[in-house]
Design a protein around this ligand. Structure first.
Ligand code: ADP
Ligand code: ASP
Ligand code: MG
Length: 455
């Protein structure tokens, strides 16, 4: 049995949903179909999720919701018309949206997630109707009724472990095709919660693990995972055939938007191979993401960059002799509820990288003040607009000269490296640079490691 997930561009309009159905029906093993909300139909278009966020914001601000509500309904009405599904499903979606709009706004986060979830929920309902119209045995499944239990922050929820058992029990022996909405689940108190953006990948991975699928097929709008983001290096032409889970995890974390980084863990836990494929070119084999693969020593698999970090650099002479110094820094972060991303260290210094978006400036100032007061360092300096570039590859382990090649390529382009961090696994290294240098850094590194024609 295969779990297939179709992303926003695959669900964007009637033509794309027809392709989705063709793909599913081409292989009888494709029985669990996870869908996103309709995405962009063209460059200037808006994703339904973003339309729903605008709608929820208007409702919270007590503004007139007629126009933003119509914008959402129009997307589904166009799909229903294009697939000749009749008006009943559109009326059902209109009622669903109005009910959600009328729901409690006491907890704004819960209200926002309830609205966001409508994108995938109605996408799944309309797709199930479209399958049935083709004479296929198919039903829509609701996450709340089938055991997708989440917890935690609105918009950033995580799975409750017992969900795996519940989902496995629900789908132990199901018939026909099930269309399952991605991106959201329910808390134990019944409230709706969503994963972070791009979270339909996570739903697919959870279901693949719970149902012990043979493969998790993740259909999107590119033939492969490429060694660099094709939006940064448009000339990248050779995709990756096979990569490991940990390579994907590191690259997804550092900016490969093609697969949500949190979607790796469930597949790893269930040892389910992931196959990233193109809805528009289903004959392409795509990229396999697996536990292990044969590697060529001295090769890089991918290069990614992420920005929006702040770097807190703490210096203290003889820090290496101050037992517990790092722990006390981490205690302060924990007490202030600040998550850190990395803590590269030197002999007399440590850096704490945090995501700027998650930490308000006032909180950052408080952390710095506490470090100064409680740890008496020689200096504490905060650099903003900080970016990281990750160079990742199983083939890098035990290979000399990889870091030298990378730093050389950046030096050639006048890009200053302010931090180097290599994990103990040696399958990646991270370079700290200014945010504004991220794109040129990826290009320079791509030319150094992949673009052999140039040399
Ligand atoms: P979906 O809506 O199907 O989930 P996404 O937009 O989330 O699709 O992800 C697909 C996009 O990811 C591609 O169109 C591409 O622009 C982008 N992307 C970023 N990095 C990579 C990469 N390394 N390889 C392929 N695509 C990438
Ligand atoms: N629709 C959601 C988003 O736009 C989730 C997803 O597509 O994966 O983020
Ligand atoms: Mg995505």
């Amino acid at each position: 049995m295969k779990v297939c997930k179709f992303g926003g561009t695959s669900m964007a309009d009637a033509g794309q949903i027809s392709k989705v159905m063709d793909i599913v029906l081409a292989d009888p093993a494709r029985r669990m179909v996870v869908v996103s909300a309709p995405g962009k139909r063209n460059k200037g278009d808006t994703k339904v999720t973003d339309l729903l966020i605008a709608l929820a914001e208007a409702a919270l601000a007590k503004k007139d919701t007629t126009k933003p509500l119509k914008a959402v309904i129009d997307r589904y009405a166009a799909i229903a018309e294009g697939l000749d599904l009749g008006n009943e499903i559109v009326a059902e979606i209109r009622k669903d949206l109005k009910d959600r709009l009328a729901s409690s706004k006491k907890d704004e986060g819960v209200f926002m997630d309830t609205m966001k979830a409508a994108g995938e929920d109605n996408s799944a309902k309309i797709t199930a109707v479209a399958f049935r119209k083709r004479g296929v045995k198919c039903r829509y499944a609701n996450p709340g009724d089938t055991g997708m239990i989440l917890e935690g922050e609105s918009g950033n929820a995580t799975l409750v472990e017992e969900s795996y058992r519940k989902l496995a029990r629900t789908f132990a022996d199901f018939e026909g095709i099930v269309v399952y909405p991605g991106f959201f689940g329910h808390r134990k108190d019944g409230t709706v919660a969503t994963f972070p953006r791009g979270g339909s990948d996570i739903t697919g991975s959870i279901l693949a693990a719970a149902l012990r699928a043979d493969v998790y097929e993740n259909f999107t709008d590119v033939d492969n995972v490429y060694p660099v983001d094709p939006r940064i290096v448009p000339e990248v032409d050779e995709g990756i055939d096979t990569m490991t889970y940990r390579e994907m995890r590191e690259l997804a974390y550092a900016g490969f938007g093609v697969f949500n980084d949190e979607a790796i863990a469930p597949a790893v836990q269930g040892r389910i191979p992931i196959n990233v494929r193109n809805t528009n070119r289903p004959s392409e084999p795509g990229t396999m993401i697996v536990q292990s693969r044969r590697v060529m020593p001295g090769t890089v698999t991918g290069i990614a960059c992420a920005n929006g970090f702040a770097n807190i650099i703490i210096d203290k002479f003889l820090m290496n002799r101050k037992i517990g110094f790092t722990r006390r820094v981490l205690d302060i972060l924990e007490e202030e509820g600040v998550a850190y991303e990395h803590i590269p260290s030197g002999i007399d210094s440590i850096s704490v990288l945090i995501k700027e978006a998650g930490v308000p400036l006032a909180k950052e100032k408080k952390v710095v003040a506490r470090i100064k007061r409680e740890l008496q360092p020689d200096s504490v300096l905060v650099t903003h607009d900080y970016g990281i570039v990750m160079v990742v590859g199983e083939g890098m382990a035990f290979s000399a000269g990889m870091l030298a090649k990378a730093t050389g390529a950046l030096a050639e382009h006048g890009i200053n490296i302010s931090m180097v961090n290599q994990g103990a696994s040696e399958i990646s290294f991270m370079l700290g640079i200014k945010s504004e240098d991220c794109i040129s850094a990826v290009r320079a590194l791509y030319n150094a490691f992949f673009n052999h024609h140039r040399q």
